[in-house]
Design a protein around this ligand. Structure first.
Ligand code: GLN
Ligand code: ZN
Length: 768
């Protein structure tokens, strides 16, 4: 029996890589500094795993930016627009130029596109393919890293994105071909790479093919099959591991089980039942080793040893001990580093801490599980087993987790709780009367610039260097200035600016029961960007209003309508580490009820408009289509539970950014928000087409101002976008607003842009 780690976090325990790369980009640090920091992180990761007793230690799981971009560089898949950069700059600078774009030394080249890695919050750089795409072994990173570990006396298992997944994750940049047709040109480069690795003495290699978690077409399954057949033929001695994670193999199982590979990896956290199917399968290749992903790489809970041991022994009974590995469910990239450095018991109660395991603790779990399953049980081992049982029992029964009142309320939910009193057209009339807004009403998405000062106040407040009163006073002043500014330029629906919020999920989590927070629980989101997701450990409830103070204060300053501003239940769920002891849908209902109470309180406090942001609804979509309906059903219901308690005259807004709405437009309409604001400016209103084709019935604010760059849009530009929108939608349904919140912008550009935006709305009103 072996222990198998699919990948390790790489940003550094204290985010050293983030700091080093940002310094390098700013021109403060040298290449050597950056490379040294990288080498140290790799060294620490490898040594830690080696000392812990991990058998299959990954290499090439490190990256200076992203593992898919690493692969593009390895395969020489470099978009033509970077040719000059390739000729004149170092490989690392070319790499960063591809990731971030380049605007120096006479270059002005757009970065490559970035998108979400399956259903995680990690973003990868999308490979770009031309019709006549060629490949060559360009970067030697994979071989270099293998050698780097060898020098330390560690023989690693290189982790390489498999050729089919690599192609499927990319995009054709020209018409007239499908990217999978490039496989014949691509495979020889993989074979060359394997030759070089074998020359260095490599025994095991891990090919990640998580496309096996998707609904693959027949020709895609066939491609997988032929790739691994060719590899097996060319390298009969090599021990090839094929991994799939985040989902079951589903209808790809037959393909997977027939592969002539040494080992197949199963994510048994996401798909517990597939082991039975596999062990029963008559076409199971009896030579095959199974890598059992029992330790969760996506979440932070302690493993349940009893449960895992049952699973392991089932496999051992069928296959024998030497054909069973104990593994992480996926790479630990999605987990924080180390629980031991968390010492703030106020944000992470000691009892909750005993239920958790981060990457380092999970590595220890893997090793213990292997020993428990395959060695004579020492006293120390059985102590570990008992301790694990105790911790999990304690969690199951803890008062911190269970709140009967919450459970009762959830079970008492009825259909009526997720329905507004009247249908949209009746509501629309009442809202028009109550609000008296002009045509093309103007508004913003919520946040206004979070200046250095605002962030400093919060930091000082958190360090107890500012009293609550002093902090509130500063924020009130900032809020008042923002209200005055909006009044002055003539925005129709105002916002308070969200200055009191660090982050749209953390802010609510901190005020809700059932949430805990880490101090260093950073997880890479993309490049040097990390997020620190809250931990939902217990039944969620709201003990007091969370936002009413700020919204009511803002409303008290002005006769214009102010929009209350909330984060929706699906987004709060999606951007947190969630409970694994109850379905996500139940946790989501609990959050929805808490938000519902806040909505009622805002209404009672005199807010006539309330916005519930759900930017994450699309990203929560399951990987396999057969699971979409179930998810969309509960997600939409959760939003409606949160939003349906109000009077007809109270207007509910929602906001969604960076989404492709094609697949889910019907469900977006089912949310029945009175107004939806979306991101459309960069796509020249193309994203609106889906709404138009669907005849989306409610009001809609297609963003006319791209807030992702400091560029100020002119009235002419915004007018062109609005004219386009008015040709597509009934004009009495159109709102005028930016694409998203303004918190990352600075005041000067924000002011000019919003003045232009209001001016454009006025022009539109005259024109129609
Ligand atoms: N109300 C939030 C803001 O303006 C919305 C952010 C988002 O959609 N990501 O910041
Ligand atoms: Zn947004």
């Amino acid at each position: 029996m072996k222990t198998n780690v699919l990948g390790f976090p790489r940003i550094g325990e204290k985010r050293e890589l983030k700091k080093a790369s940002e310094n390098y980009w700013k021109g403060f640090g040298s290449v050597d500094d950056l490379v040294t920091v990288g080498a140290l992180i790799k060294q620490k990761n490898w040594s830690f795993q080696k000392e812990s007793g991990v058998d299959l230690i990954p290499s090439n799981d490190f990256s200076f930016y992203d593992q898919v971009l690493d692969m593009s560089l390895t395969l020489g898949c470099i978009p033509k627009r970077f040719s000059e950069v390739k000729n004149s700059k170092s490989q690392l600078d070319l790499y960063f130029a591809m990731a971030r774009g380049i605007q120096e030394d006479g270059f002005d080249i757009k970065a490559m596109e970035m998108t979400k890695w399956f259903d995680t919050n990690y973003h990868y750089i999308v490979p770009e393919f031309d019709k006549n795409q060629t490949f060559e072994l360009f970067s030697s990173k994979i071989v270099d890293e293998y050698k780097e570990a060898l020098v330390l006396g560690i023989k690693t298992k290189p982790v390489i994105i498999g050729p089919v997944t690599y192609l499927l994750l990319g995009k054709e940049k020209e018409a007239g071909f499908h990217r999978l047709e490039l496989l014949d040109k691509l495979l020889p480069v993989y074979l060359e790479l394997l030759t070089q690795l074998q020359e260095q003495g490599m025994t095991y290699v891990q090919f990640d093919e998580p496309c096996l978690a998707l609904n693959l077409k027949k020709n895609e399954q066939k491609a997988i099959d032929s790739v691994y057949r060719e590899i097996a033929e060319a390298f009969p001695e090599l021990k090839v591991i094929v991994t799939n994670y985040f989902e079951c193999y589903g209808e790809n199982l037959k393909t997977a089980l027939a592969l002539p590979v040494h080992a197949l990896h199963l994510d048994l956290v996401r798909c517990q039942l597939q082991l039975d199917d596999i062990l029963d399968a008559e076409y199971l290749n009896k030579e095959l080793t199974l890598s059992l992903g029992v330790v969760d790489g996506r979440n932070i809970w302690k493993n349940d040893f009893e449960d895992s041991l049952r699973t392991i022994s089932k496999a051992v009974d069928m296959l024998g001990e030497d054909k069973v590995w104990v593994a992480s469910s996926c790479s630990f990239l999605h987990c924080p580093y180390d629980l031991d450095i968390e010492t703030n018991t106020k944000s992470l109660p000691s009892e909750v801490k005993t239920w958790l395991a981060f990457t380092k603790q999970k590595v220890a779990e893997l090793v213990t599980l292997k020993k428990l399953a395959s060695e004579t049980i020492t006293e120390e081992l059985s102590k570990k087993r008992v301790a694990n049982k105790l911790a999990n029992n304690n969690r199951r029964n803890s008062k911190l987790v269970h709140d009967q009142k919450v459970k009762l309320r959830v079970s008492g939910l009825t259909v009526k709780d997720s329905q507004r009193i009247s249908g949209f057209s009746l509501r629309q009339k009442q809202q028009k009367n109550a609000l008296g807004l002009p045509l093309f009403p103007t508004t913003t998405i919520g946040s206004f610039p979070q200046t250095k000062e605002v962030r400093q106040w919060r930091a000082k407040f958190k360090r107890n260097e500012l009293t609550q009163e002093a902090y509130d006073l500063l924020l009130r002043k900032e809020t008042e200035d923002t209200i005055r500014f909006q009044e002055e330029i003539g925005v129709d629906v105002l916002v308070h600016g969200e200055f009191e919020r660090n982050d749209m999920v953390e802010y609510f989590g901190e005020k809700l029961e059932g949430f805990a927070f880490t101090s260093f629980g950073w997880v890479q989101s993309y490049g040097s960007r990390c997020v620190k997701p809250p931990i939902i450990f217990g039944d969620v409830s709201r003990t007091a209003p969370m936002t009413v103070k700020w919204s009511a204060y803002a409303q008290s300053l002005t006769p214009s309508p102010v929009k209350g501003m909330l984060t929706g239940p699906v987004t709060i769920l999606q951007w947190s580490f969630v409970r694994n002891d109850q379905p996500r849908s139940v946790t989501c209902q609990q959050i929805a009820l808490a938000i519902r109470d806040e909505v009622s309180d805002l209404e009672n406090a005199g807010l006539k408009i309330i916005q519930i942001d759900e930017p994450a609804i699309r990203e929560g979509l399951p990987l396999r289509k057969e699971n979409w309906d179930t998810y969309l059903n509960w997600a939409v219901t959760a939003f409606k539970i949160a939003s349906s308690s109000v009077k007809d005259a109270t207007q509910i807004h929602t906001h969604m950014c960076y989404a492709e709405f094609n697949d889910i437009i019907g469900n977006i309409a089912d949310l029945d928000a009175d107004v939806i604001t979306i991101e459309t400016s960069r796509s020249e209103m193309e994203l609106l087409d889906v709404f138009v084709d669907f005849k989306y019935p409610n009001e809609i604010g297609p963003g006319v101002y791209d807030i992702h760059s400091p560029r100020v849009p002119s009235t002419k530009e915004m007018k062109a976008l609005l004219v386009k929108a008015s040709e597509l939608l009934p004009i009495e349904h159109i709102w005028v607003n930016p694409d998203c919140g303004l918190k990352t912008r600075d005041w000067p550009e924000t002011k000019t842009a919003l003045v232009n935006l209001v001016e454009t709305a006025k022009i539109m009103r005259k024109g129609v």
